[in-house]
Write a protein that binds this ligand. Sequence first.
Ligand code: NAD
Length: 275
Amino acid sequence: MLDFTGKAVLVTGGGEGIGRAACCLFAGGGASVIAIERDAARADALRQSLGDGHVVLHGDVTVAGDIARLADAVDGRGDGLDVLVNNVGDFLGHVKPFERISDEEIDQLYAVNMLQIFRMTRAMIPRLRRRAPGSSIVSVSSIEGFRGIPNNSVYSAFKTGLVGFTKSLALELGPEGIRVNLVAPETTETAQVPMSQYLKPEHADGAREWIPLGRFGTPDDIANGIAFLASPMASWMTGASLNIDGGALAAGGWYRTLEGRWTNVPVIPTHGMIF
Ligand SMILES: NC(=O)c1ccc[n+]([C@@H]2O[C@H](COP(=O)([O-])OP(=O)(O)OC[C@H]3O[C@@H](n4cnc5c(N)ncnc54)[C@H](O)[C@@H]3O)[C@@H](O)[C@H]2O)c1
């Protein structure tokens, strides 16, 4: 368990999945958590679960006024902010060939995956500065920021854009002692990506063929990486991307057969290309 005693940590989208796991991990490590969650029931549940000493706002990060409310909440709890976790992001179910995606859908994807991160980060930099050196930003991109995802090209463009934003902002803020990093998760069981519902029971073991470490991610897997990047253990890391993916990106097209061997071809040949 990393020690965040006395630290103020802001997590966006804290009511479910990776954001909720991050809130619980930071709170368990002694931090004072400030979270924002769009879904009222999830916000209530998080508020109850965290208990006293934390703030959970029911609000929407894509609404400028709600970012202002969040800034007030940060200012209301003390002097400055130690960690900003830009967790909110969503493919919004817009899975379709690029030529069929509408301007309105592109705007929606931009609002939730990019614009709000720009606005949130810009609003929090003065507050992070008050805790510098040592304060940091951790954003949640995706392994799809590092490889393609068919029929999701606009979402993927914004997740890739976050990598560039992170690197450039790291240069701007590094001299002040504010670090800027991101995590890039592979498929992780959450409300947004409920793999256990997508897969038939007879296919539940299939992840071992697709992912070298043999399973999909859990929200705690990703929260652990976020907490590491926010902690003094990562004090010489900035502009970095931490892939938390069970080795999926490293596999890059290699799959395990049912016999536990490796192949990069669709049909197992009689010799060669299997290891
Ligand atoms: N789950 C995965 O497989 C996966 C993989 C790669 C990247 N990611 C990224 O991880 C992050 C978290 O994903 P998740 O799967 O935990 O999501 P999730 O949808 O399960 O949880 C996100 C939470 O944020 C809240 N939220 C959504 N939009 C909001 C808004 N505008 N304002 C305030 N709250 C809002 C939701 O209500 C929900 O409670 C996202 O950036 C996502 O793109 C997830």
